[in-house]
Design a protein around this ligand. Structure first.
Ligand SMILES: *Cc1c(COP(=O)(O)O)cnc(C)c1O
Length: 267
């Protein structure tokens, strides 16, 4: 690092990600003393075109870049062609965070296998309901995996977590059936809400981001809560007009649709 120029030094300490995205990135980046570089997504939460990224402050030399695909809280997935174009131009390590990939049409595993500076990150925490077991993994070139071994905590993933993760793999059919149910419920609810005047972003995750009609999103949060239905509202300005609704079991999705109808009729 001593022989690098000033901007190269800055890049060598920079971890960047698109905003809005996973809220823990900035927290963890700061904990590790790196420089944060959040870069705004387009208003509809799509990725900025490659040619526009530099103008938005994206650093093609940053040490580490996170791309969450599909993303949270937008639910939006980026196409492999778009991700590949970004990876090809990027000098530092790129992590494609595929936490929600089981609910998506495409996955980017091929990019981790093709490019030595690209890692795909996955977890058993969401689609496999094992968040309390703390099991996740990276797939990538043996050289980066080896480098990760050097810097990671010396204690391994806990034994019960490993047993639980292996048990899910022995029952993939059960999980895949659940993914299909959740995707079907997501499409059902998306259509239902769109029919009641909501703007619904196309989702490839187990939640949808919607802009509700009639009154502010925060008021909707409270009105739904009065009917014992919990959804998420985020105060950050890019998403404060929206609600994030997690797709539950069929009867929960139907209960939400009924509650929305009641709120609209009373209004
Ligand atoms: C939940 C989540 C994670 C973290 O998963 P863990 O394996 O439980 O640490 C990472 N990225 C995104 C986008 C998430 O939503």
């Amino acid at each position: 690092v001593a022989s690098l120029g000033r901007s190269q030094k800055r890049s060598a300490a920079t971890v960047q990600y698109f905003d809005p995205s996973y809220s823990l990135y900035p927290v963890l980046i700061q904990t590790h003393g790196a420089a944060l570089n959040p870069v705004a997504l387009n208003k509809d939460f799509s990725l900025p075109a490659l040619g526009e990224l530099k103008g938005r402050g994206w650093d093609f030399n940053a040490a580490l870049s996170y791309v969450t695909t599909p993303n949270a809280p937008s639910g939006r997935a980026y196409a492999n062609t778009e991700l590949e174009a970004l990876c090809r131009k990027q000098r530092g390590v790129v992590v494609l965070d595929e936490t929600y990939v089981d609910f998506a049409k495409e996955n980017a595993m091929g990019l981790a296998l093709k490019y030595p500076h690209v890692l795909v990150g996955r977890t058993f925490s969401k689609a496999y309901s094992l968040c309390y077991m703390r099991v996740g993994y990276f797939v990538g070139h043996p050289e980066i995996i080896e480098a990760l071994q050097k810097v990671r905590d010396s204690y391994n993933v806990n034994g019960l977590g490993q047993v639980a993760a292996l048990a899910t793999l022995e029952n993939l059919e059960y999980y895949r059936k659940n993914f299909r149910r959740i995707i079907a419920s997501r499409e059902f609810l998306s259509e239902k809400l769109a029919g009641m005047g909501f703007e619904v972003f196309p989702s490839q995750t187990n939640f949808i981001l919607v802009r509700p009609p009639g009154f502010p999103a925060k008021t909707w949060l409270e009105k739904l809560r009065q009917q014992k239905i919990l959804v998420r509202w985020f105060s950050a300005p890019e998403v404060s007009d929206y609600l994030r609704i997690t797709i539950g079991a069929e009867r929960e999705v139907e209960a939400l649709a009924r509650a929305v109808k009641i709120i609209l009729v009373k209004h």
